[in-house]
Design a protein. Structure first.
Length: 742
């Protein structure tokens, strides 16, 4: 009979070059990316700061470049400060970024007003992706680099200087809210797909050349930048297209050179933060989409009776506006026209208006059957009359000072209790007033919590959801900035998308036993969450589910989960992860940027690991596979410079490297350094760690010179570990132990 094979127990020592503390904690980098293999390229950021200062060097090597994807999953970064050493920065992908600042000593790059240029500022290289509103390009600029404004979804209007000669490939691709593109010079040369995904209009000045009916697929039109407002003339009327003044009170005239001014175009004044007042003349009939949105200094608006249309979000985020008067001829008010006006105390409608009315400063339709908008600055309570049959979804949010919503007892469509809005049966909780403070227990009658029901309730501290609640809507508790504790009862089966997203102080969550799905971004940016237990029965963890939970040090993934979505745990504080055998689908970049992650155990169900799944886990030293080698991309372990891949004896498909990392056989380990090792209850024993489900035989002998090994105990490692003890150890003057597989 073949002698049993002894498995060697190896102690692996790893010397790690230590980075300076700030770099090690927040940045990932490589020295193997062009343009300089003996210098550092920043490849990722795992911190949570608003302003990020790029170091000029690390480990004696200069930092010379920043990858475009380095901040792709950083949702708190607003400003990137670039040192003199960095001469190559790819257009940064970062949806929260509003400014790029360059050291004045940088020989190749410069910045102005938070925008990135070449040194001479003749080429605009990158515009911050998260920056909103209008932008006037400097007179020094002659070219816009490829992709410079790509995906700047909040950019609404741009004006180019007369000296502009070229727009690079994809320069404005996916600028979905860009409505006005204004040229003061001749038509520039165009790269490919410059305006892909843009639906705005191109404006040019009389006397300039090279223009046709379209430019880059967009319709062109003449415009005039006279006075504080630019405008176009079409069919004998003037449309104000863009504000170019210096602020203060703006008077929009009834005519310009005898031609009537009839409309103010989409985004014309958007983010004009220096404008304090606007008086609109009697010829104007239409105010467009986003027209005055973000005019944070606006305190007074005079809307004449000639106005018939106020577009969606027309005055959104006018945070200094105290009140507004709706004239007698307005017949159309778009959704969220006055949303997020945090100081707006009242909306008053002319009594002669045929379409709208107001009561206690709240906007209704004429018959007061639809509640359209409670002003964002209203304090105390909002009263819902008996006549109301419909409350617009955005009517009560954001109203951060509202502490109660009270429904007339005669109303047949809504009800209220403790200042909270419900359906008439109080089975659906519709809206929790966002200014209401303290803890809240959902009433036992409730079976459904509507989407956004508690969103942005800044003073809510804890919530208890009972077993009767079956449905928990998406975004229900999004951005509850003071929420620390939540208990979810056993009736809930699914936690919807974005349910707790951005609730930054949420530290403790108890999830009921019947939950089967964790929705996309459900706990994203819950930075105080330290640990969470998912119940048995959960089958799906959605994309971005725990993304950027920087304090999340531990999570138990039950053996019922089959799918983990893209970016699910990016930037978490996890130190160890076990992916059970039940998981068959692992998303792209699922655990990327987990800088504290030391060990990963991967079950037998994974047959494919997509690229970037574990990228930039700088502390990763061990990846343990329980099955055969899955297919793998080239960048699964990108920037995991200290990781070793371990595999079990008898499994197949392994070589000397896997995913670019070295491989080793994975043997059982005696835990000689923990408290279990030694004499316990008059028996000698120790813990054995290995792969879950493996069987280990402990053998013993009394003489290593001429050993006769005898089996002492067979251990099944049901959870990846087992305790061995030898009650006979005192019968021998000395005894030696070894481990083998059966």
């Amino acid at each position: 009979m073949k002698a049993p094979q002894s498995l060697k127990i190896a102690c692996l020592l790893c010397a790690v070059m230590m980075l300076p503390a700030v770099v090690q904690a927040q940045f990932t980098w490589s020295t193997g990316i062009p343009p300089n293999y003996s210098a550092v390229t920043i490849t990722g950021y795992t911190g949570s700061d608003g302003t990020v200062v790029i170091p000029s060097s690390t480990n004696g090597l200069p930092v010379v470049a920043i990858l475009s994807t380095a901040f792709q999953h950083s949702y708190t970064v607003t400003n990137i400060v670039i040192p003199a050493s960095v001469t190559n920065i790819f257009n940064p992908i970062c949806t929260s970024l509003i400014a790029i600042t360059v050291d004045v000593l940088n020989p190749a790059l410069s910045s102005a007003d938070g925008v990135l240029f070449n040194k001479s500022q003749t080429a605009l290289l990158a515009y911050p992706e998260g920056r909103a509103g209008n932008y006037i390009v400097s007179n020094t600029v002659t070219t816009i680099a490829s992709g410079a404004f790509q995906s700047c979804a909040s950019l609404t209007n741009i004006t180019f200087p007369a000296g502009l000669t070229g727009l690079g490939n994809f320069a404005f691709r996916s600028c979905s809210h860009l409505t006005g593109i204004e040229f003061t010079g001749n038509a520039p040369g165009l790269g490919s797909s410059v305006f892909s995904g843009v639906s705005g209009m191109v404006y040019y000045l009389a006397g300039t050349t090279g223009w046709s009916a379209t430019l880059g697929g967009l319709t062109t039109s003449l415009w005039s930048p006279l006075g504080p407002c630019a405008y176009t003339i079409n069919s004998g009327t003037i449309t104000i297209t863009h504000y170019i003044g210096s602020g203060g009170v703006v008077n929009i005239p009834g005519t310009i050179n005898g031609t009537p001014v009839t409309s103010i175009w989409n985004s014309a004044f958007q983010n004009a933060t220096s404008v304090t007042g606007v008086t609109i003349s009697n010829n104007v009939t239409s105010i467009g989409v986003y027209t005055f949105a973000g005019c944070t200094s606006l305190t007074n608006v005079v809307i004449p009776n000639s106005v018939a249309i106020i577009g969606p979000v027309a005055f959104q985020s006018c945070t200094s506006l105290p009140n507004i008067m709706i004239g007698s001829n307005v017949t159309s008010i778009g959704i969220s026209a006055f949303a997020n006006c945090s100081r707006l105390n009242s909306i008053t409608v002319d009594v002669l208006n045929p379409a709208y009315s107001s009561l206690d400063g709240v906007l209704f339709d004429k018959g007061q059957t639809t509640l359209i908008q409670c002003p964002g600055g209203k304090t105390g309570s909002c009263n819902v009359p008996a006549t109301v049959t419909n409350i617009v979804s955005t009517a009560l949010s954001p109203c951060l000072k509202l502490t109660a919503i009270n429904v007339d007892a005669q109303n047949s469509f809504y009800s209220s209790g403790d200042g909270v809005l419900f359906d008439p049966s109080q089975m659906t909780l519709l809206q929790y007033p966002q200014g209401k403070a303290g803890s809240y227990t959902v009433p036992a009658s409730v079976t459904n919590i509507a989407g956004y029901a508690f969103a942005s309730s800044a003073n809510l501290t804890s919530v208890a959801i009972g077993d009767n609640v079956i449905n928990l809507g998406g975004e229900a508790f999004q951005s509850c900035s003071s929420l620390t504790n939540v208990s979810i009862g056993n009736g809930v089966t699914s936690i919807g998308d974005f349910t707790f997203n951005g609730s930054s102080k949420l530290a403790n969550v108890t999830i009921g036993t019947n939950v089967t799905s964790i929705g996309g971004a459900a706990f994203q940016i819950c930075g105080s969450l330290t640990g969470i237990i998912l119940p048995n029965g959960v089958t799906n963890i959605g994309g971005y589910a725990f993304n950027q939970c920087g304090s999340l040090a531990s999570i138990v993934i039950p053996n019922t989960v089959t799918s983990i979505g893209d970016y699910a745990f990016v930037g978490c504080g996890l130190t160890s992860v076990t992916i059970p055998d039940s998981v068959t689908s692992l998303g792209m970049d699922a655990f990327g940027g987990c800088g504290a992650l030391l060990n990963i155990t991967i079950g037998k169900g994974i047959i494919n690991i997509p690229d970037w799944a574990f990228q930039t886990c700088a502390s990763l030293i061990g990846v343990y596979f329980q099955g055969n080698a899955p297919s793998v991309g080239s960048y699964v372990f990108y920037n995991d410079n200290n990781a070793t891949v371990y595999y079990l004896p008898g499994t197949t498909g392994w070589g000397t490297t896997f995913g670019g990392r070295p491989t080793k056989l994975w043997f059982p380990q005696v835990q000689a350094s923990d408290a279990s090792f030694g004499i316990q209850a008059n028996q000698f024993g120790f813990n054995i760690n290995w792969a879950s489900g493996q069987t280990v035989v402990v053998e013993a002998c009394t003489n290593l010179t001429s050993p006769v090994w005898q089996p002492v105990q067979t251990n099944l490692l049901t959870t990846g570990s087992a305790y061995f003890s030898d009650p006979q150890w005192t019968n021998y003057p000395g005894r030696f132990y070894r481990l083998r597989s059966p």
